[in-house]
Design a protein around this ligand. Structure first.
Ligand SMILES: Cc1cc2nc3c(=O)[nH]c(=O)nc-3n(C[C@H](O)[C@H](O)[C@H](O)COP(=O)(O)OP(=O)(O)OC[C@H]3O[C@@H](n4cnc5c(N)ncnc54)[C@H](O)[C@@H]3O)c2cc1C
Length: 446
């Protein structure tokens, strides 16, 4: 048995830490034993802790650190990767990109595990085209709430309850997912600015389908809601050659800095963010076509700064990410106005379009818009403003992303995820004793 160490755990937002009994995973058999001998607070798998809120922590419970089970293999002939659940996407990319492959869906950070990607059913800049991560998983193995091991495929309802199931159906121990062929480790990027939010949204609506990847950064401090849209596709060798790139397949992303450990809360305020946003907007040209960017610069710009979450100071921060159908697209503007009204500064505000959702009852993405804003915790009036937005969003058929959530109410969650009952029925067959629990599952009464 691995050592059990009482450890304080929190999400990436560093709010609401709790203490759990942390154990390193070493084999499916050991995980089954931990499940069978769980205490009354239960068991939870944890990956690299990049969910923002309380999804990967569970006060008083046994939390299994999956990152020690991290082997993986690329199967180039059938274009797939088979990985232990604790393998990080960072390590996988370092192996597969130089060999001409890329993950089917990439989040805004590569410092996440395969298990975390499945449990949150992560989405990327290509959701409108390729769906979320779960759509590309062909098989997974899981230890259920009785300690039994299962191999699940997309034919099984249990598979879809696990995709987006936030670790509450069992511990994923390994998975196979497809990868896509790429010619180079570069992306050809087109950039355009939108003068205001309507302009940004109509440009995205009109042209996103022409590109594999698209995203917009929104100036959340400016009353116009202006923004910068970046869209891209994997670059060919010829495009790299034309740009003078010597080794177009090389891939070796580096850390460029580490955030200071002691940043006072309040360093990010509406004045500093206004100055940053003005500079960021002006830095981008009105229009630029065919810029060649490294994969890491296009997908994971924040990963270059280690522990950047510390810039929010000791109070931490939260990310408010919601999704609404096209018919309720007006809520994007309303959310931005509400945040401006209370003076909530966000330098990282991102707007994307989603394509259709998948079969997973708790998967977050559905057709329409998704807006994500990073916000310092503790701004006066923030809780009330977000509660009001939650209600408007769920009334319009929208929802919040569980991997980012740290504060919504159980009532709002149940209203926003109408397939919760269906998911619970499957969960009850997988975990009849309710062994799997997190601070999030207790808060939301899942
Ligand atoms: C900078 C940044 C950018 C991000 N961008 C995006 C984005 O663009 N799109 C997106 O979708 N998400 C994004 N995220 C969120 C992130 O992708 C998800 O929270 C993801 O789940 C994190 O993976 P992890 O390994 O860190 O999991 P953790 O945070 O450790 O865990 C997340 C959930 O997965 C469960 N889990 C982990 N491993 C297992 C396992 N082996 N078996 C069962 N359950 C397990 C946990 O119990 C928990 O409920 C971003 C996060 C950051 C910090």
């Amino acid at each position: 048995m691995s050592e059990v160490v009482a450890t304080q755990l929190s999400g990436w937002g560093r709010t609401m830490p709790t203490v759990a009994q942390l154990v390193e995973a070493n084999s499916p058999g050991q995980i089954a034993e931990l499940v069978q001998h769980a205490n009354s607070r239960g068991v939870l798998a944890r990956g690299l802790g990049r969910s923002y809120g309380d999804a990967a922590q569970s006060g008083g419970a046994t939390v299994i650190d999956m990152t020690t089970m991290n082997d993986f293999t690329l199967n180039p002939d059938n274009m797939s990767v088979t990985a232990n659940a604790g393998a990080s996407i960072d390590e996988i990319l370092r192996e597969i990109v130089p060999r001409g492959f890329f993950v089917p869906v990439s989040a805004g950070t590569r410092i996440i595990t395969v298990g975390g990607a499945i449990a949150a059913d992560i989405h990327g800049k290509n959701h409108h085209r390729d769906g979320s991560f779960g759509a590309h998983v062909t098989e997974l193995t899981l230890i259920d709430g009785l300690g039994a091991q299962h191999t699940l495929t997309p034919k099984d309802l249990k598979f879809w309850a696990t995709v987006g199931g936030m670790g509450l159906t069992g511990v994923i121990t390994s998975a196979t997912f497809t990868v896509i062929p790429i010619a180079s480790s570069y992306i050809t990027v087109d950039t355009e600015r939108g003068n205001d939010l309507d302009d940004v949204m109509s440009r995205m609506f009109a042209r996103d389908h022409e590109y594999r990847y698209t995203v917009a950064w929104i100036d959340s401090v400016s009353s116009s809601g202006r923004g910068v849209i970046t869209r891209g596709d994997h670059a060919t060798i010829e495009q790299c050659n034309l740009d003078g790139i010597k080794d177009p397949e090389a891939y070796d992303p580096k850390n460029i800095a580490t955030a200071p450990a002691l940043v006072p809360s309040g360093a990010l305020n509406k004045w500093t963010v206004r100055a940053f946003n003005e500079g960021w907007y002006r830095k981008h040209p009105k229009e630029r076509i065919g810029e060649i960017q490294r994969i890491s610069a296009f997908f994971h710009p924040l990963d270059g700064v280690q522990e950047w979450n510390r810039i929010y100071g000791p109070n931490g921060f939260l990310q408010y990410q919601f999704q609404v159908p096209d018919a309720a697209g007006y809520l994007v503007g309303m959310a931005l106005s509400k945040l401006r009204e209370i003076g909530a500064p966000s330098f990282l505000t991102v707007l994307k379009r989603f394509g259709p959702g998948n079969r997973a009852p708790l998967s977050f993405p559905q057709s329409g818009w998704t807006l994500a804003a990073d916000l310092p915790a503790g701004i006066p009036g923030l809780g009330r403003a977000l509660d009001q937005l939650d209600a408007l969003i769920s009334a319009e058929g929208g929802r919040l992303y569980l991997a980012k959530d740290s504060r919504q109410s159980p009532t709002n969650f149940a209203r926003a995820y109408p397939r919760l009952g269906e998911w619970r029925e499957i969960r009850d067959t997988m975990d009849p004793k309710r062994v799997f629990a997190s601070d999030l599952s207790r808060r939301l009464e899942i």
